[in-house]
Design a binder for this molecule. Structure first.
Ligand code: GLP
Length: 237
């Protein structure tokens, strides 16, 4: 596990975008795993600006987002699809047909989740997965209790997550095993409210109680943090 600490979220987002741009320069057909949430806003801003400066095209890139709320359509401002259109998809030359998303309006969730796993496998797998982290150390929507072997599925969200995200009660999410299959992983976390989750991810016993702790078992995972997310780490238990 590699840890990079930057002064603030702008510098951390800059660093993460620099790594993605370098990967895109090596491989124009990159398969990118993408995340949503406030943490991702400065990251997408940086990625759009750096890729414009470096004249990077996304025309051959394939993307897979981690999760989506159940019962919310892509036009709904609360949907992750809407977030992605606004912050990233509309700003780069990605081909619509190369954008993959879980459909929270599906009539058959198990079928929808199996379809997603198959699409992931057919793409050759995620080359680079970007992750955020919840305050309870969830990754994607794998809440505490999620198995290391979990795949894409429908999940019930924790009370804490529903409150913080003011979200619906359930979601579709890739599993922990789906995430761990990615060739390279970058997790971003900013702010004091994430410091306990980061501490637990790095130091607690690797277990379902702390979903992000499973990342310690990955060969190529990097945490990019601002000083606040790393700040109280020594004091926390
Ligand atoms: C949601 C997403 C996660 C994300 C988390 C943190 O729960 N499913 O993928 O990491 O929010 O969001 P934020 O960056 O807003 O703190």
């Amino acid at each position: 596990m590699k840890i990079i600490i930057k002064k603030n979220k702008k510098e951390a987002a800059h660093e993460a975008a620099k790594i993605v741009v370098a990967e895109l320069q090596k491989n124009a057909r990159l398969v990118l795993g993408l995340a949503t949430g406030k943490t991702m806003i400065p990251f997408y801003k940086e990625l759009v600006s750096q890729s414009k400066k470096q004249k990077i095209s996304f025309s051959q890139v394939t993307t897979f987002n981690l999760d989506e709320y159940v019962g919310i359509s892509s036009e709904n401002k609360k949907s992750f699809r809407y977030f992605m259109e606004k912050n990233f998809f509309s700003k780069v030359d990605l081909q619509k047909s190369n954008i993959n998303f879980l459909n929270g309006m599906s009539k058959n969730f198990s079928h929808e989740c199996a379809r997603y796993e198959l699409a992931l496998a057919r793409s050759g797998g995620i080359d680079l997965q970007i992750l955020g982290i919840g305050r309870n150390a969830h990754i994607a929507f794998n809440e505490p209790g999620s198995s290391e072997k979990s795949k894409t599925r429908k999940v019930e969200l924790s009370k804490e997550t529903i409150k913080i995200n003011s979200s619906p009660k359930s979601a579709l999410t890739v599993g922990i095993s789906t995430i761990l299959r990615s060739k390279k992983i970058i997790l971003l976390a900013f702010g004091k409210e994430k410091s306990q989750a980061i501490y637990n991810a790095l130091h607690a016993k690797v277990s379902s109680n702390v979903p992000a702790s499973f990342l310690r078992e990955h060969k190529n995972a990097t945490f990019i943090l601002d000083e606040k997310a790393f700040s109280n780490i020594k004091k926390l238990k």
